[in-house]
Design a protein around this ligand. Structure first.
Ligand code: ADP
Ligand code: MG
Length: 306
């Protein structure tokens, strides 16, 4: 490869809004045949909002939201941000509620699963757990059918539902959702146009992931869901072991290892520093269509070199 032609590639890349770490990496993009796309923050905006509070029978929706938010306030996870913000928006207007979130102690975060903490409300401490149904069940708390049904319904429409439990009983379900980016479906069409095979990868549940896949044109068979943060890298390795040359697009801390493992790592410029550092390319504006541009550009640049 002549450095000059590659420099042209990088200059054009900058115009398109692609930051390229080193010209040598462009070599590896030529044989890419599979593009693994993180869901939250990559295909979707990542700006989750609280959509619904479903209390279990006999529970108050406000209590469910309040106690959950008291714990989630200590987490940076997009689900947690949506819950804490939603609680402030909905409950801050309550007369006399100067400090809408009760005190919380003994916070513990289980990456990709959920959170727990002791929340003191009206002088009574409660052991609160918020997270995936499997996480709450793992703590010894059953999720009743009425809540499981509410979760399934929310997930089938692309939402993410988490269980709120305290003192050993499931008290309700919170539904959060973010929107698919308006550019994502077109981006996936463009990737297919380049002969690439898109795969959607997420820690979120399968029903939510499939609903998002359907919205952007990724078939259910190409949706890999409920993958723990530490296991995303194994999915990339498995695809590589099958002989695929993998580009990975992601934005989160939980994508960093997979981005580094991929033959080509592309980070959303709107994402975390950890993801950007682990990647070969950064899509400055966080527009997924530019991932297709980046791969096309690098192929064309290599063609001019040969
Ligand atoms: P993604 O791969 O989509 O970025 P994560 O692996 O970070 O998702 O999280 C997977 C799932 O774990 C979430 O969809 C949610 O159900 C649960 N979860 C993780 N963190 C939290 C939290 N702070 N509060 C509630 N649920 C959580
Ligand atoms: Mg993400």
């Amino acid at each position: 490869a002549t450095p000059k032609a590659l420099m042209v590639g990088t200059g054009r890349g900058a115009q398109l809004g692609i930051l390229i770490k080193g010209p040598e990496l462009l070599e590896s993009t030529r044989r890419v045949d599979t593009v693994v796309l993180d869901k939250t923050g990559t295909v979707t905006t990542g700006q989750m909002r609280l959509r619904d509070v479903v209390p279990a029978e006999g529970e108050s929706a406000d209590d469910v939201l309040l106690l959950a938010a008291a714990v989630e306030d200590a987490s940076e996870h997009p689900v947690a941000r949506a819950v804490a913000t939603g609680a402030r928006e909905r409950l801050v207007a309550t007369p006399g509620a100067e400090h809408p979130l009760p005190a919380m102690a003994d916070f513990a975060n289980s990456e990709g699963l959920g959170v727990r903490g002791v929340v003191t409300a009206e002088g009574v401490p409660h052991d609160v757990v918020v997270g995936r149904a499997s996480f709450v069940e793992g703590s010894g708390t059953a999720v009743p059918d009425e809540l499981a049904t509410a979760m399934r319904r929310a997930e089938e429409s692309g939402g993410t539902a988490v269980v709120v439990a305290w003192d050993g009983a499931a008290r309700g379900v919170l539904v959060v959702a973010d929107a698919v980016k308006p550019t994502s479906a077109e981006a996936i069409t463009r990737l297919r146009g380049l002969g690439l095979h898109p795969v959607l990868l997420t820690g979120d549940n399968a029903a939510t992931a499939r609903a998002v896949g359907a919205e952007v044109g990724v078939a259910p068979d190409d949706v890999i869901a409920e993958v723990l943060p530490a296991d995303k890298v194994d999915v990339v390795k498995r695809l590589q072991a099958e002989g695929r040359v993998v580009a990975m697009v992601g934005d989160g801390v939980n994508d960093a290892a997979a981005l580094a493992q991929a033959d080509l790592g592309l980070a959303m410029g709107t994402g975390t520093d950890v993801a950007i550092e682990a990647s070969d390319l950064t899509l400055v504006r966080g527009d997924l269509r530019v991932a297709a541009d980046a791969i096309r550009l690098s192929r064309r640049t290599l063609a001019t070199i040969k």
